[in-house]
Design a protein around this ligand. Structure first.
Ligand code: SAH
Ligand code: SF4
Ligand code: F3S
Length: 487
């Protein structure tokens, strides 16, 4: 791709498939070039240039941000948390409209900072950038942005940074889709002791409300060899807990070459064999694909976290059908019971949408009924947000006067049931991975139980990254306070 075409400020679509190994080498060469530009900036400023990565959205984006930070650190930037940095990149989410609005809000704010710091560079990437209308809006109203790229070409970040430093125009490079998976680029983890790992990218489910398949492209699984190799490396680098990431991990493996065929249950079982990894989580499970084999692997393997995030979305059969979810209220409840029977100490959490086109009060009654019967440990509730380009966007929308009271009604039941459910471990001793010093009280540390519940207990920074046994003395809604127990 010529630099001239980039300078014209056009949106580029490029789906050329290259050999991944070669591509990794190419990007490392670009990192060397960018190092030169960052060194020039350092001379000009008389100090090390700073970079800030701001992340919106899901675990997938959080992992992508670690890849961005990997490159930024490698080329000589110092990481900072504040947006008055010399380079700021927003890794965006577009799953609901409020996510978009927050990004536009930040862009306005950071534009003000750039006026006082003309050398500052601002970049945008992630899911929101895969939408043509967003790009047009930025081109028109946010001229202070220097670089825009999407979800499919994030592996080109070093190359794009180089182009940005060599140009004074807005650089835009968005791909429609890709079949490429580029391995072994630098990554800087947020936590030393835990890490997310992509096992697959994209989504093929096309739930009718959801923008993700359009902005993340078709589902593709990483090779099991590459996944295990990465986990072995992480274990050797001090990681004890990992989270396997995919939009629908239960469909992992489709499309892998014959000699690498592996189901998610098999992959999970393999991952548990890696020495040094003490706890394995995964996100997200689609109820339509959660197999008996998977339940068995979880039940039999203490390393697998006692937590399954199982998005319900709605409890009404009619709405589930319109959502293209491929399960019914009954089959969902049967699945929940089966899981609870096989894994009695499991926590099940869920996502629910209220106000999907056509949803009536009695549909929400059905959802509330499932919440009561399934007894979720927690439920994330969302008001339906119309996403342009999805089928449901074209259907008659539910007015806020109907969706808002229904949302409040649901939330009340969710909170009641979750609160009751959360306290069931009181008095027990559980193994927790200590994550940080408590934000409110520095004499306490915060750890996470296998089922994802947080526990605060007396301790100091030396415990961070360690597994310890904690007696759960008191439940406070969604978290516990407790004390360490020594064998
Ligand atoms: N792949 C996951 C979820 C990804 S998006 C799954 O299949 O469950 C995370 C959550 O956002 C979804 O579970 C859904 O509850 C919510 N969501 C997605 N699109 C939405 C929309 N248009 N409006 C409101 N909530 C939405
Ligand atoms: Fe969206 Fe459905 Fe795919 Fe989840 S499974 S990302 S909700 S389309
Ligand atoms: Fe958002 Fe993209 Fe994740 S739209 S929820 S950041 S996959």
């Amino acid at each position: 791709m010529s630099k001239e075409s980039l300078k014209n400020n056009t949106v580029l679509h490029d789906t050329a498939s290259e050999n991944a190994g070669e591509e990794t080498k190419r990007q490392f060469e670009y990192m060397e070039k960018v190092k030169g530009h960052v060194a020039d900036l350092e001379k000009e400023l008389g100090r090390k240039p700073t970079a800030c990565v701001v992340t919106f959205g899901c675990q997938m984006n959080a992992r992508d941000s670690e890849k961005l930070l990997g490159v930024l650190t490698k080329v000589g930037f110092e990481e900072v948390e504040t947006e008055d940095a010399d380079f700021v990149i927003y890794n965006t989410c577009t799953v609901r409209d409020n996510a978009d609005q927050r990004v536009f809000g930040r862009l306005g704010y950071v534009g003000g900072i750039k006026k006082k710091k003309p050398w500052m560079r601002i970049a945008l990437c992630g899911c929101m950038m895969q939408e043509q209308s967003v790009i047009e809006k930025i081109q028109k109203s946010y001229r202070h942005v220097d670089l825009i790229f999407g979800t499919h070409n994030i592996f080109k970040f070093a190359e794009l940074l180089n182009t940005m430093f060599e140009s004074d125009r807005m650089i835009i490079d968005i791909w429609k889709d890709t079949d490429q998976i580029v391995e072994d680029l630098p990554i800087v983890r947020k936590y030393k002791f835990k890490s997310g790992i992509n096992i697959m990218f994209g989504c093929n489910n096309f739930c009718t409300y959801c923008i993700v398949p359009y902005v993340r492209g078709r589902e593709r699984s990483r090779s099991p060899k590459d996944i295990i190799r990465e986990i072995e490396y992480l274990a050797s680098d001090g990681v004890k807990e990992i989270m396997l990431l995919g939009q629908n991990v239960n469909s992992y493996g489709k499309g892998l070459p014959e000699n690498e065929q592996l189901s998610f249950a098999e992959l999970l079982s393999e991952v548990c064999k890696v020495d040094g990894i003490e706890r394995v989580r995964f996100m997200t499970s689609h109820p339509k694909d959660l197999s008996d084999d998977l339940i068995k692997v979880i039940a039999e393997n203490e390393k697998v976290a006692r937590h399954i995030h199982l998005p319900l979305q709605s409890g009404s059969d009619e709405i589930l059908k319109k959502m293209n979810r491929h399960y019914t209220k009954e089959s969902f409840l049967l699945l929940v019971n089966k899981i609870k029977q096989a894994i009695p100490d499991v926590s099940i959490t869920t996502d629910i949408i209220v106000g999907f086109p056509g949803e009536t009060d009695s549909d929400v009654d059905e959802t509330i009924d499932v919440v009561r019967k399934a007894a979720f440990d927690n439920a994330f509730t969302f008001i339906y947000s119309k996403r342009t380009g999805t089928p449901a966007a074209g259907w008659e929308q539910v007015p806020e006067s109907v969706s808002k009271p229904n949302f409040d009604r649901l939330l009340k039941v969710v909170q009641e049931t979750a609160r009751e459910r959360a306290s069931r471990f009181t008095g027990q001793t559980h193994r927790v991975l200590v994550e940080e010093i408590n934000e409110q009280d520095s004499s306490l540390v915060t750890g996470r139980m296998s089922n994802n519940t947080l526990v605060h207990f007396p301790g100091d920074a030396d415990l961070i990254g360690e597994f310890v046994d904690v007696k759960l003395n008191e439940c406070h809604g969604f978290y516990y306070t407790g004390e360490r127990v020594f064998e």
